[in-house]
Design a protein around this ligand. Structure first.
Ligand SMILES: NC(=O)c1ccc[n+]([C@@H]2O[C@H](COP(=O)([O-])OP(=O)(O)OC[C@H]3O[C@@H](n4cnc5c(N)ncnc54)[C@H](O)[C@@H]3O)[C@@H](O)[C@H]2O)c1
Length: 287
């Protein structure tokens, strides 16, 4: 989609991190921006910031894992601005890392609810509008975790692999149908956001009975490493904008994961053992 000015972008998870940067970037391009998030106070502050920069903004409090909430987001967006043209299905969380046997049913429910069902609902609610217009672009935020299978991220990996295949499948369907609607799959490596504090948004009913398995001291040392290696959300937003304008499917934030991805694909072709070992951040640490 080359012509963005005066059109409308919807960004889920836009009170923070990458979603905020996407909203800011599309606002700067002259688009109306529907900012959706579950965190009310942060969303109000983020929307006010974009409004003061001159963007036309509609903040909508919505839980992307909830069917009715996402229906409301669709209705509110169309009511405020008519059509919807760019849809970034970006809201996501990361549950505590740990071996598969330590993940609780609530960890799985929360992770798949936000990361996977958020994308499913987003496509269900917005795709028909884009198809009716025969114009529009969906950007799903997957992850390098959607292309590799590093240990201790079982639920997160599963959610992001699902998002990647949804994006690939929809891409194929759109082409088969001769549609002008496009989709991109964003697979970031490390990006400096508030994802390390995702527990802030875990609903009460999905909390674990036992105390968090993540020690504050572990979090602090993880944040330090993360800050040092991570890309900036604004830089990722520029990549997303370029992919929308140039209609490119894959969006990567750096090339470091090409080797692990290639190695995985080769092991599938050669029917050898799965290669992923060690931390998902290893490609940065091994540099
Ligand atoms: N930061 C990274 O290194 C990284 C890497 C790969 C992929 N990702 C993905 O990027 C996306 C954006 O995350 P981020 O890194 O900017 O983190 P972030 O925590 O800064 O932003 C995520 C936003 O999603 C919102 N959110 C959480 N649950 C929600 C729900 N149920 N409904 C609506 N909004 C909800 C949060 O309030 C927050 O504003 C996520 O899908 C994440 O999995 C992040």
């Amino acid at each position: 989609m080359r012509d963005l000015e005066g059109k409308t972008a919807v960004v889920t998870g836009s009170a923070s991190g990458m979603g905020f940067a996407f909203a800011e970037c599309f606002g700067r391009e002259g688009m109306n921006v529907v900012m959706c998030d579950i965190e009310e106070k942060a969303l109000r502050a983020a929307a006010a910031q974009l409004e003061s920069a001159g963007a036309s903004v509609l903040p909508v409090i919505a839980d992307v894992s909830d069917e009715a909430s996402m229906d409301h987001l669709g209705e509110a967006s169309r009511e405020a601005f008519g059509g919807v043209h760019v849809v970034c299905l970006n809201a996501g969380i990361s549950p505590p890392t740990g071996p598969m046997e330590t993940l609780t049913a609530n960890d799985w429910r929360w992770t798949l609810g936000v990361n996977l069902w958020g994308v499913i609902h987003g496509i269900r609610v917005f795709l028909p509008t884009l198809q009716d217009q025969d114009e529009g672009h969906i950007v799903v935020t997957a992850s390098v975790a959607g292309l590799t299978s590093y240990p201790w991220l079982g639920a997160y990996n599963a959610s992001k692999h699902a998002v990647t295949t949804i994006a690939e499948t929809l891409y194929a369907e759109l082409l088969e149908n001769g549609s002008k609607v496009r989709i991109s799959c964003l697979c970031p490596g490390a990006v400096a956001t508030n994802i390390g504090d995702a527990e802030r948004n875990r609903p009460k009913e999905l909390r674990n009975a036992a105390a968090s398995r993540v020690e504050q001291s572990d979090l602090a040392s993880f944040s330090e490493i993360f800050e040092a290696i991570a890309a900036k959300p604004a830089a990722v937003a520029e990549l997303v904008l370029a992919a929308v304008v140039e209609e490119r499917f894959w969006i990567e934030t750096d090339e470091l994961y090409r080797d692990p991805i290639r190695t995985r694909h080769r092991s599938i072709e050669a029917q050898t053992e799965p290669p992923a070992r060690g931390l998902i951040l290893a490609p940065y640490l091994d540099r």
